[in-house]
Design a protein around this ligand. Structure first.
Ligand code: ATP
Length: 250
């Protein structure tokens, strides 16, 4: 089943036309990567999908589980099971790991209540419990009393992902999860992403680190200057020297 679909999406910051006719889809159960250079439009794509404004989507359609979410508010989109982990890993630095996870739960309950009172939202999949999250991320369990601001970059990334999983998440959007991480730590985050995928959460991952992103993906898209220039399996992209050289520099 197709979980997420973008059809001819055009997105703007003010008058700057950034996304041009972006068409792509994410199938249930897969890890899909969107690759591209600095400024290619990756974050803009994720923000458009999650309902964050800006950018403004002025043309085209975005559907999640078959429902049109193009003009929907971020809270309503998130209540339907779509979570974004932004590039800047929003964890609360002065709170402990456990407190950060607890807050994710509180905000989930609030958005579900709003959804139910509007009579619009059917919660099909409830987020992970704290214990389930700690089972995925042993390292967070060991550090549950530590202030989030003192965690390493990789651990903060894991905490940001863990927070998203405590919410009702069928599709997890990850914006540059490997950014600023040492190779060994990238491997740990990769393992975590794989485990999450195996436990049934669909993943759309945006990366500049093309090698790491191809490693983990079933399917890839490449974006350049706001347009999709490649779509195919990770193997097809690995064999496509011209696309990699021209758009990814690897
Ligand atoms: P990076 O890897 O550097 O994050 P990206 O592929 O995620 O790159 P985007 O952040 O989507 O790229 O940016 C696409 C274009 O939109 C860039 O030219 C950027 O300068 C522009 N842009 C991004 N945010 C804004 C904004 N708030 N206002 C105006 N222009 C913006």
């Amino acid at each position: 089943m197709t979980l997420l679909e973008l059809e001819d999406v055009d997105a703007f910051y003010g008058e700057s036309h950034i996304l041009r006719d972006v068409t792509m889809s994410v199938e249930e159960g897969e890890v899909c990567s969107l690759l591209g250079r600095n400024g290619a439009g990756k974050t803009t794509t994720l923000r458009s999908v999650s309902g964050a404004r800006p950018p403004a989507v002025r043309d085209g359609r975005i559907r999640f589980k078959g429902e049109d979410i193009t003009a929907m508010d971020p809270e309503d989109i998130s209540a339907r099971g779509l979570s974004l982990v932004p590039e800047e890993r929003r964890v609360f630095p002065n709170l402990t790991v456990a407190e950060n996870l607890h807050l994710a739960e509180v905000s989930e309950n609030r958005s579900n209540t709003v959804g139910r009172s509007l009579g619009q939202v059917q919660v099909e999949h409830v987020g992970m419990t704290t214990d389930e999250v700690y089972d995925e991320f042993e390292r967070l369990r060991e550090r549950k009393s530590q202030k989030a601001g003192t965690l390493s970059g990789g651990e903060q990334q894991m905490l940001a992902i863990a927070r998203a999983l405590k919410q009702n998440t069928d599709l997890l959007l990850l914006d540059e999860p490997y950014e600023g991480l040492a190779p060994q730590i990238i491997a740990d985050v990769e393992d975590a992403i794989r485990r999450i995928s195996e436990s049934g959460t669909t993943i759309l991952l945006v990366e500049q680190n093309a090698v790491a992103a191809m490693d983990i993906a079933d399917r890839c898209y490449v974006i350049d200057q706001g347009s999709i220039v490649f779509e195919g399996t990770a193997d097809a992209l690995r064999e496509d020297d011209e696309t990699r050289d021209r758009y990814l520099g690897v």
